[in-house]
Design a protein around this ligand. Structure first.
Ligand code: PBG
Length: 323
């Protein structure tokens, strides 16, 4: 018998052959690009640790969204930098809040582009925590009211999907209830179900100016060490009425994307967070890694692990390369 009989290299011999047997493909329609809306006009302020990403005024966001749509990218997720922050996160649920204004403008000027909104309070509170502070702690149940009010105000402005990222218990049920009570029964919830207290959010907090002024988020976001607990979080959010769930961050948590894909038959999203993006950018800028290949490999592997939807700061350059 000649040896070896099995030659795995046969199917790797040329690009057409590799393409024929490729198991995972990327489609820009499954990318969502995070955008940061700020007050003013004509403002496009680059975020230091996130080259190619900007704090943008509403007019600039609209321009950006037109490009995003032209590239065939699935949608955008909006974060807001309000004029002022206060103890009650009032900018999060104000009808004329920064995100609400951005939604209305995108809806009007760029029809057909999916608008997702991040539902959270940390960008709007003076202390930078994701909820109401009572006796020095983030109070779970009192925060639910703000979250539900934010979700309704986003839906009223024209959001297609609301995505709570605060990690309060019971927020999905509270949001579902309030949406339904306000004639928004048709608006789906994409829950950041398994969201970890991760160091990889560092650059985002510069972008969204949302770093907590005291303490950290470990009393509400998950411990990176816990995988089984992540499945329980997802299960509970689905019971409360989440339509889609998210694992966040993505690349250090591929095992959980895979576990979730095997256990739950709902669309699964993964958030390739700011730190994941910035590490690749920084290494590429130093000449230590090939930018485009690192970008596409990271996205492909997140997809392969089982995420269908990928929230990524690479959405535009990746869509351009994918043609
Ligand atoms: C809001 C929120 C955060 C991110 C998404 N939504 C920051 C945080 O939880 O501290 C992080 C996204 C990123 O790092 O790209 N709570």
């Amino acid at each position: 018998m000649p040896f070896p009989i099995h030659r795995m290299r046969r199917l790797r011999a040329s690009e057409p052959m590799r393409s024929l047997v490729r198991e995972t493909r990327l489609d820009p329609a499954e990318f969502i690009l995070p955008l940061f809306a700020c007050p003013g006009e004509g403002i496009r302020r680059e975020i230091g640790a996130m080259p190619g990403n900007f704090q943008m005024s509403v007019d600039e966001i609209v321009r950006e969204c037109a490009e995003v749509r032209a590239l065939g990218i699935g949608g955008v997720i909006l974060f807001g930098l309000p004029e002022t922050k206060d103890e009650t996160a009032s900018g999060a649920y104000a009808d004329d809040g920064i995100v609400q204004r951005a939604i209305r403008a995108i809806r009007r000027e760029v029809p057909g582009l999916l608008i997702v909104t991040d539902v959270c309070n940390c960008e709007y509170t003076s202390h930078g925590h994701c909820g109401k502070i009572v006796d020095g702690e983030v109070d779970n149940d009192q925060t639910l009211e703000w979250l539900a009010a934010s979700a309704v105000s986003h839906a009223r402005a024209g959001a297609d999907i609301v995505a709570p990222s605060d990690m309060m218990d019971g927020r999905v049920a509270a949001i579902r209830h309030e949406l339904d009570a306000n004639d928004f029964a048709h608006i789906p919830i994409l829950s950041y179900a398994a969201k970890f207290a991760s160091v990889f959010y560092g650059p985002f907090r510069e972008a969204a100016e949302s770093a907590p002024q005291f303490g950290d988020r470990r009393a509400y976001q998950m411990d990176p060490a816990n995988g089984r607990e992540a499945m329980r979080e997802i299960e509970l959010d689905l019971e409360e009425g989440a339509d889609m769930i998210m694992v966040k961050p993505a690349m250090p948590y591929l095992d959980l994307i895979r576990d979730a894909r095997r256990r739950f038959d709902v669309p699964i999203a993964a958030y390739q967070v700011s730190g994941e993006f910035s590490m690749i950018e920084a290494a590429a800028r130093n000449g230590w890694i090939d930018h485009d290949r690192a970008m596409l490999e990271s996205l492909t592997c997140i997809r392969r692990a089982g995420a269908q939807i990928i929230l990524t700061y690479f959405a535009k350059p990746a869509a351009e390369l994918l043609g």
